[in-house]
Ligand binder design. Structure first.
Ligand code: SAM
Length: 273
């Protein structure tokens, strides 16, 4: 299982590091593969004008900014993050031209929300439960603060679903498995979401798998693969030479237009009883 993870407790890193993490989320959100999954998530959430929607673990506020225009004219988006530095960053990005004005950001842990019962029309947790210290409490709290018949939407990737077209199967498997087990939270969170939502008592559940494909250097998954190779090398799972060979091969494939990698995200939607 994963060891240290700055995403699950950004209070352990300083303001400058959180600014860097927020810039990373912003850059990743502009990549083709991330846009695919983020747009799918918004369609499944199905926001309507006048609704009041909560995102827990909002990070730099990418999804809040995407959802907010659909709530206009009278609705509001509220982003919550455990890190005050992330909230600061999210407020800064929300000041960009063209961003809907009905977005607020607040600090707090998703496991114990301060909002009254039945406050929101819907709540979402995207790429949060894999990092949260107590994901079941997060789902329970989202259910408490959403009105009866309101929607709860959760999404995570499952890193063991990564496929990479590389000729060295043994090295690729070793690298991906080590990354999945040792870096960046619970990388099996995606497959656990269904169980969490059923166990919490949500109704009319639907599962929406989204396979995102990376073919370019700037795709979010491509960047995650370079990072995976680095952490495996630094953690001693692969040698420096194996790192360089693995990455070089894939970079050549990108240049040739023949690079292919993918990962599955799982989006689960349920309704509060
Ligand atoms: C990987 S980021 C995802 C951000 C955003 N949801 C997105 O998809 O772009 C995870 C965020 O969850 C926040 N976080 C981690 N644990 C949390 C918790 N227990 N309660 C609230 N936020 C949390 C982190 O500070 C970080 O900003």
């Amino acid at each position: 299982m994963s060891k240290s993870n700055a995403w699950s407790d950004p209070s352990e890193v300083g303001e400058a590091e959180v600014a860097r993490m927020a810039a990373f989320l912003e850059e990743r959100s502009r990549s083709q593969d991330m846009q695919t999954v983020n747009i799918s998530l918004c369609k499944i959430l199905d926001p309507h004008p006048g609704e009041y929607i909560l995102e827990v673990g909002c990070g730099s506020g990418v999804l809040c900014r995407l959802i907010a225009p659909d709530l206009q004219p009278a609705g509001e988006m509220l982003g919550l993050d455990i890190s005050p530095h992330f909230v600061e960053q999210a407020r800064k990005y929300a000041l960009q031209p063209g961003v809907a004005s009905q977005i607020k950001f607040e600090t707090g842990p998703a496991e114990s929300l301060t909002y009254p019962t039945d406050s929101f029309n819907a709540a979402l947790a995207a790429r949060l439960l894999l990092h949260a210290k107590d994901p079941d409490s997060v789902v329970r709290e989202m259910m408490r603060v959403v009105k009866p018949a309101g929607r709860i939407v959760v999404m995570d990737w499952d890193f063991d679903t990564v496929v990479v077209d590389h000729p060295d199967r043994e090295l690729t498997r070793r690298l991906l498995t080590w990354r999945s087990d040792h870096h960046g939270g619970d990388n099996w969170s995606g497959r656990k979401l269904w169980r969490r939502m059923v166990s919490a008592g949500l109704q009319n559940l639907t599962v929406h798998p989204v396979v995102t494909v990376a073919r370019a250097e700037e795709d979010g998954l491509t960047q995650s693969l370079w990072r995976a190779a680095q952490v495996c090398r630094d953690g001693g799972a692969i040698s420096a030479e194996e790192h360089d060979d693995w990455v070089l091969y894939l970079k050549e494939r990108i240049q040739a237009g023949t690079f292919f990698a993918s990962i599955n995200y799982f989006i689960i939607k349920g309704f509060v009883p």
